[in-house]
Design a binder for this molecule. Structure first.
Ligand code: GLN
Length: 202
C-alpha cells in the first residue's frame, strides 16, 4: 500500500509518522506527478486558504480532482474544508465531497478542545467499539451532508464532525495528533477497497 500526504502546508509530518508506524509506504505530494502510483492521499490540517492557494500555484487542483474521482482521499480539519463542495466563502476547494463546512465554527473561546466520540464506522477495523478521543483545533463543523455522503460522528449537540462519501473521508478533528491509529487504519481499509474492487456480480 502506498499513500501520499499533501505536503504543501500544515501538519503533514504527523500523518507521515503515523503511516510509517503502520508500515505504509509514504510519499510527500507537492506536484501532480507525485500522485502517480498512489493508493490514497491524506490532506492534513493547517490553513485551508493557504493549502488551496498553494494547490492552485502548483497546478494540483485538477489532478487532485481526477485522483479523488477514483481513489481514496482523507481530509483532516483544513483538509476536510479543502475536500468540501462549499465553505461559504470564496477560496479554492476541491469540491469532491458533498458537504458544506463552517470554518472556525467554535470561535475563539473554545478554539481547541478534546472530546470522546462514538464512531461506529471504526468497527470496520477494531471491534472493541471504544469511544474515540478526538482533538479539535480551530476546527470546522460539517453543516450539511448530502447525496452519497453520510455522517460518521456527531457531537452531543448533534453537530457533525466526521463524514464519509464512498472512498472519501472528512474529519473536523486531528487523529494524527493522537496515539489512536484507528482512523488511519479505517482510511487504509477504504484505500484497499478501491484498490481491489469487489468483482462485479455475474
Ligand atoms: N482553521 C483552519 C481553517 O479554517 C483549520 C484549522 C486546522 O486545520 N487545525 O482552515
Amino acid at each position: 500500500m502506498r499513500i501520499g500526504v499533501l505536503a504543501l502546508q500544515g501538519d503533514f509530518s504527523e500523518h507521515i509518522a503515523m503511516l510509517r508506524r503502520l508500515q505504509v509506504d509514504v510519499v510527500q505530494v507537492r506536484l501532480p506527478e507525485h500522485l502517480e502510483q498512489l493508493d490514497g492521499l491524506i490532506i492534513p490540517g493547517g490553513e485551508s486558504t493557504t493549502i488551496g492557494k498553494l494547490a492552485v500555484d502548483f497546478g494540483l487542483i485538477e489532478p487532485l480532482r481526477q485522483f479523488g474521482a477514483h481513489k481514496a482521499i482523507w481530509g483532516t480539519c483544513a483538509g476536510a474544508i479543502f475536500l468540501s463542495r462549499d465553505a461559504r466563502r470564496p477560496q479554492p476547494l476541491l469540491e469532491l465531497m458533498d458537504i458544506t463546512v463552517e470554518r472556525n465554527a467554535f470561535g475563539r473561546q473554545i478554539a481547541s478542545f478534546e472530546v470522546d466520540l462514538v464512531v461506529p464506522e471504526l468497527q470496520l477495523v477494531d471491534p472493541s467499539a471504544q469511544p474515540y478521543h478526538a482533538v479539535f483545533i480551530r476546527a470546522p463543523l460539517i453543516e450539511t451532508v448530502r447525496g452519497e455522503a453520510r455522517v460518521l460522528a456527531q457531537l452531543d449537540n448533534g453537530r457533525i464532525v466526521a463524514a464519509r462519501q464512498r472512498h472519501l473521508l472528512a474529519t473536523s478533528f486531528h487523529p494524527e495528533l493522537t496515539d489512536d491509529d484507528r482512523f488511519h487504519r479505517l482510511f487504509l481499509h477504504m484505500a484497499s477497497e478501491v484498490r481491489q474492487p469487489r468483482a462485479a456480480p455475474v
